[in-house]
Design a protein around this ligand. Structure first.
Ligand SMILES: [Zn+2]
Ligand SMILES: [Zn+2]
Length: 391
């Protein structure tokens, strides 16, 4: 089943609206402004509307949230560690209230210390987190990373060790799983450019972590080469994993792997439209579906277009002010979404040193960011920064 990280700008319900418009079967959201430590409590009326809507969609067992990038459970700095535990507690409580089954987060960064210390800090944090949230259903999913700098989560062996340490401290194996991000895997060095290589990578994951513990997959192509440690997401088929032959790439292995066929697979690609006005989420989804069914992806896109007319995007020249605007605003929700807006981000987002850039920097976007990383108006601008961190 496929989904996308979508914006909650305005209301969390907009993410559900947009997921439906884009024909997804699930969605990933932030449950709060991901760039702020403090969050207002969820509005009970919204929670009630959300839960009713989720029930009608039948998505209760498959929704995903991504935790704030501010959180670093691996830090040896006590103040940051405490704040991270408090914020992570809030993330877990929000997911529980919203019936979101999976909460994805990056393990953290041990900057200035050692891997062993970082892993121990995370495990200690979990003892407290699960102690505060006894009996909750939300499953924490440790996401693999591109492994730059002191970022934890590149090697599968480290993820396996971490989960095992958390289980030792908490005694709750069902509440801790994994999320694999295809861009991160490839950038770290788990080659996904061919089906064979990807199958080997998944076998390696199974041998170390147990594929039955994989609860969520992030499907992103990679701008960086295999082993580059560069965390830059690209549209499916437009990066070093899926180009030039998507059908022969590792994406085909991932979306058809029998053990994970039913778990949520979330796009964290840039939320933008192709020149003909079609949201890239539609194109990316069609390309993934084509790998499962053999259908031609552009035919699938055409079928969507038949019932969802779009306006071709206008050139970005400053002149067409009005037209441009309408084009953009017209589909506000469509793009806002996700996090990953690799594309634009590239420009503004600070390229950061590839290393631990992502973990360490929580995105510096203004206040609203989090929620909808890209809300309509500023979507194009802000998205960039958010994007990067997000995955
Ligand atoms: Zn990423
Ligand atoms: Zn990701």
């Amino acid at each position: 089943m496929f989904g996308s990280h979508l914006s909650i700008a305005g209301s969390m319900l907009t993410a559900l609206d947009e997921a439906q418009r884009l024909c997804f079967d699930t969605v990933q959201v932030f449950t709060k402004n991901q760039q702020q430590w403090a969050a207002k409590p969820l509005d009970p009326a919204m929670v009630s509307d959300w839960n009713a809507r989720v029930a009608s969609l039948g998505w209760g067992d498959r929704m995903v949230s991504h935790a704030s990038y501010l959180i670093n459970l691996a830090t040896h700095q006590d103040e940051l560690w405490r704040k991270s535990i408090d914020l992570m507690t809030d993330e877990i409580e929000r997911c529980e209230a919203l019936g979101i089954r999976y909460l994805v987060h990056h393990p953290g960064s041990f900057v200035g210390h050692t891997l062993d210390t970082g892993l121990a800090r995370i495990a200690d944090a979990y003892r407290e987190l699960f102690g505060r949230t006894r009996g909750y259903q939300t499953v924490s999913c440790l996401e693999d990373t591109a492994g730059g700098g002191s970022t934890i989560g590149g090697p599968f062996e480290d993820l396996a060790r971490l989960r095992s340490m958390i289980i030792d401290k908490t005694g709750e194996p069902p509440r801790i799983g994994y999320c694999l991000d295809s861009c991160h895997m490839h950038a770290f060095g788990h080659d996904l450019s061919t089906r064979d290589a990807a199958e080997k990578a998944l076998d390696h994951f199974h041998a170390t972590c147990g594929i039955e513990n994989l609860r969520v997959v992030h499907l992103n192509d990679s701008k960086g080469a295999v082993g580059s440690r560069l965390d830059r997401h690209a549209h499916i088929g437009e990066g070093t994993i899926g180009a030039p032959d998507l059908a022969a790439s590792g994406f085909a292995a991932i979306v058809n792997h029998p053990a994970i066929i039913k778990i949520p697979k979330i796009l964290e690609t840039p939320k933008e439209d192709r020149a003909d006005g079609v949201p890239w989420d539609i194109i990316n989804r069609a390309r993934l579906v084509s790998l499962q069914t053999g259908a031609d992806s552009e035919t699938l896109v055409g079928e969507w277009l038949a019932t969802h007319p779009v306006t071709p995007s206008t050139p970005k020249s400053p002149k067409p002010s009005k037209p441009a605007k309408s084009a953009v605003e017209a589909k506000p929700q469509a793009k806002p979404a996700t996090q990953a807006k690799p594309t634009k981000p590239a420009k503004r987002a600070k390229p950061a040193p590839a290393s631990n850039a992502r973990v360490a920097k929580p995105a510096k976007s203004p206040s609203m960011p989090a929620k909808s990383p890209r809300d309509s108006g500023k979507r194009k601008i802000d998205s960039s920064r958010r994007t990067k961190r997000r995955d």
